[in-house]
Design a binder for this molecule. Sequence first.
Ligand code: TXA
Ligand code: MG
Length: 338
Amino acid sequence: MVRVVRASQVDIDAAVQALRDGDLVAFPTETVYGLGANAQNPAAVRKIFEAKGRPENHPVIVHLDSPRYLHRWVREVPDTALKLGERFWPGPLTIVMPRAATVHDIVTGGQDTIAVRVPSHPMAQQLLTAFGGGIAAPSANRYGRLSPTRADHVRDELGDAARIILDGGECQIGLESTIVACEGTSVRLLRPGAVTASQLREALGDLLAGPDAQSPRVPGSTPSHYAPSTPMAIVPAGEIDAQAASLSREGRRIAVLAQRLPLKGHKYVTWINAGRRPEQYAQDLYANLRTLDKAGCRQILVQDVPRDERWDAVRDRLLRAASNVSDSDATGAMAVLP
Ligand code: TXA
Ligand code: MG
């Protein structure tokens, strides 16, 4: 049976034991919950793919408690990566670098690169330090679905696929980490997140580009991802009331994620006002979409968010969640640089 625990040392010890036994442990990070396995045990990492229903050629991030063991995973740490690690780790940044020869293919999806992150969540830190090695962990959700930001989301998504779910409360950031690829002197932004493009530029002195055809694959950046099951559409701010009213005619239930209250009451509309602050909006986004997804509605309408760098990561996830292009139709990496 799965156990959901607020970690004491005893719980951390049990989680470490589970990892050593080759089982899965779900744990909180400051971004979203991860589904972790011992990154040096390919059979254990394979269990992650089974639990998520994720294709095996999609690489997973290796989590470390600090950069001190980076050389075990990375062939050559580029100077740009050193700079970024110093500035943003521990924190919501993932760095893709050339892999070390000993890293298992199941972790890298057979690519020549590895993605590494040092999370700042105290419980993730506690677990990583006690384990003493790398933990391979994607977000703890079924493939293509909303990432979990609370322990009960993990249980709802994955049942007892994890032997232990460590409960660290609600994730503070709520969206997955920023991903950059460092190759030689070039740095590419592959997925926007809480660390913004300007912050990266500032740390690097302007060496930043978007993904190109040669960039490593980021399957999480295929058009349809982070999606609720209810069809979702993004609607200009001025049209949200009218569209909700018109779609809910004849008693069809409609769900709305807006940044203000409705102009008047709509009988068949479930309305969430997620507010105008990008950090709070991001933190609540997946929980709000889960709530709306469960409301038995025909469609979810999301009010378009401001065109401002602070909203880039939110806009990226909303566009993917609203996309009805399936993974198999997707071609290569998408440009994410604003
Ligand atoms: O915030 C996060 O990054 C969370 C927490 C748990 O750390 N993890 C997460 O993992 O979002 P996941 O697997 O759901 O998304 C990671 C993305 C995937 O799109 C994966 O394809 C990409 O990172 N990725 C992993 N290794 C890579 C590599 N070597 N090259 C390019 N992309 C890679
Ligand atoms: Mg994911």
